[in-house]
Design a protein around this ligand. Structure first.
Ligand code: PGA
Length: 253
């Protein structure tokens, strides 16, 4: 595992975007696993800049997102604030600004009528695309990867998962409160890629920033490998993992 510590959030984001761009330039039809949350927004901003100013070309890139809330989905006719879906997040923060083709975008369908069957299909889609070349990951305050909450098995695959209280609290503070959505209205379940699904990606970039993440980053990277901190699965990963942190998130390493 290669751990890179950068001075601040901007430098962390720039480094991550540079690595993603390098992959796209060397393999224009690569498969990228995208993540949502506050952490990767700066990386996406930099990718958008590279697309606009340097012609970074996403036209052949295929994408798979890690997760989506169950019961919500993209409906562009609705006002932004009423839809906190990850589909909308990806559209607003990245996809609408670049030339990725709609048919190449895969985000779990939060409105599926048959979640169990859908999860199997999602796994099949990843396989059909040839697997994920590069998976971008954050880390939750409770150590989760995607919505693999504490206790999720390292052999887990794409499935429905109940969100842990800490995740509900973190997401409320980061997204829902601002949007005027009450705690009671927040989705409590999500479709998430499993830990085993994530570990099959050929390369991984994990990002974390801010002092709030320092303890959990240290636990995941240096502590015991445990399903209590599902991101500690990175220590079992066989591919090339790069962890990019700002100084604050790296403080406890
Ligand atoms: P954050 O979430 O980027 O909003 O901190 C990270 C995660 O839950 O993986």
């Amino acid at each position: 595992m290669n751990i890179i510590v950068r001075e601040n959030y901007y430098e962390m984001s720039k480094h991550a975007a540079g690595m993603i761009a390098e992959l796209i330039r060397s393999k224009p039809d690569c498969v990228i696993g995208f993540a949502t949350g506050g952490t990767p927004i700066g990386t996406y901003k930099e990718l958008i800049r590279m697309h606009k100013e340097e012609g970074l070309d996403f036209s052949e890139v295929k994408t798979f997102n890690l997760d989506e809330y169950l019961g919500v989905g993209i409906d562009l006719s609705k006002p932004y604030n009423l839809d906190q879906s990850y589909a909308r997040f990806m559209h607003e923060e990245l996809f609408k600004h670049i030339n990725v083709r709609k048919e190449n975008i895969h985000i779990p369908d939060g409105l599926t009528k048959d979640p169990e069957e859908y999860c199997k299909l999602y796994e099949d889609e990843i396989k059909k695309a040839g697997g994920i070349d590069l998976q971008i990951l954050g880390i939750g305050g409770d150590g989760h990867w995607a919505f693999n909450e504490p206790g999720s098995s390292f052999t887990s695959r794409t499935r429905v998962e109940a969100l842990a209280q800490q995740t509900l609290d973190d997401n409320y503070e980061a997204f829902y409160k601002k949007a005027g959505i009450s705690r009671e209205q927040m989705p409590r379940y999500a479709i998430t890629m499993g830990i085993a699904t994530i570990l099959e990606a050929r390369t991984i970039i994990m990002l974390a920033n801010g002092s709030k993440k320092a303890d959990i980053v240290a636990k995941a990277l240096k502590g015991p490998v445990t399903t209590d901190v599902t991101a500690s699965a990175i220590q079992l990963y066989k591919g090339k993992a790069t962890v990019i942190l700002d100084k604050e998130a790296a403080a406890k390493l």
